[in-house]
Design a binder for this molecule. Structure first.
Ligand code: TMP
Length: 213
């Protein structure tokens, strides 16, 4: 596999989606071939799974089913989209990956972390990110941003995760910080509670380190 696999993680409202488009534009300006993609929903099957997983349709989804649906989304995404792009030598920028399952379904929902590791490994065919940028911020601030955005959007309010209690999002944040402590060589933690350009310059600095290698 010749490309570089970069993942972006963080709580809701941490601004990662905006930063990923900025990184994609930056890489394109440097003529570095890249692909920006996301989970859940990066493949055709994934787009259907995303609706099931995120829409507040009243459909009850148990924690274990939720875990397996995210895993199914990842399995399809890795095989159909990520592996081929890496084989072409691209830098793949992925908005959420296995760490999201570890923190949301593990730290958030309370499912067994070892089991999640095994399921993640199976779904991703053992693919692991070369580098993970974690956008860290206080969940109250992040959710505040999301609610303001929802209020402006005709699509309307919250998805199944946004409506979780603040304690859930605090466990998610702590989970991410724990993972970053466990794997300091893979994670770059960026303070996301700053203006867009300040955050972006940290992200570029983190990427320059690995792109130069
Ligand atoms: P996003 O596309 O706005 O980042 O939303 C995806 C939501 O799905 C977000 O609340 C995190 C959640 N999620 C999980 O719970 N587990 C996962 O494995 C992934 C990829 C996302």
């Amino acid at each position: 596999m010749t490309g570089l696999f970069v993942t972006f993680e963080g709580i809701e409202g941490s601004g990662k989606t905006t930063q990923i488009s900025m990184v994609a534009a930056y890489l394109e300006s440097r003529r570095i071939p890249c692909l920006a993609t996301s989970e859940p929903g990066g493949s055709n099957l994934g787009r259907t799974l995303r609706k099931l997983l995120l829409e507040k349709s009243g459909l009850h989804i148990s924690a274990r089913s939720e875990l397996l649906l995210f895993a199914a989304d990842r399995a399809q995404h890795v095989e159909e989209i990520i592996f081929p792009a890496l084989q072409e030598g691209r830098v793949v920028l992925c908005d959420r990956f296995s760490d999201a399952t570890t923190v949301y379904q593990g730290y958030g929902r309370g499912l067994d972390l070892d089991m999640i590791d095994r399921i993640n490994d199976f779904a991703a065919q053992s693919l692991r990110p070369g580098i993970t940028v974690l956008f860290d911020m206080n969940p109250e601030r992040g959710l505040d941003r999301v609610r303001r955005r929802d209020a402006d959007s005709p699509a309307g309010p919250d998805d199944r995760f946004e409506v979780e209690r603040i304690e859930f999002h605090q466990r998610v944040r702590e989970g991410y910080l724990t993972l970053a402590e466990q794997e300091p060589q893979r994670f770059r933690v960026v303070d996301a509670d700053r203006d867009i350009d300040a955050v972006f310059s940290d992200v570029v600095a983190a990427l320059e380190g690995v792109l130069g290698e």
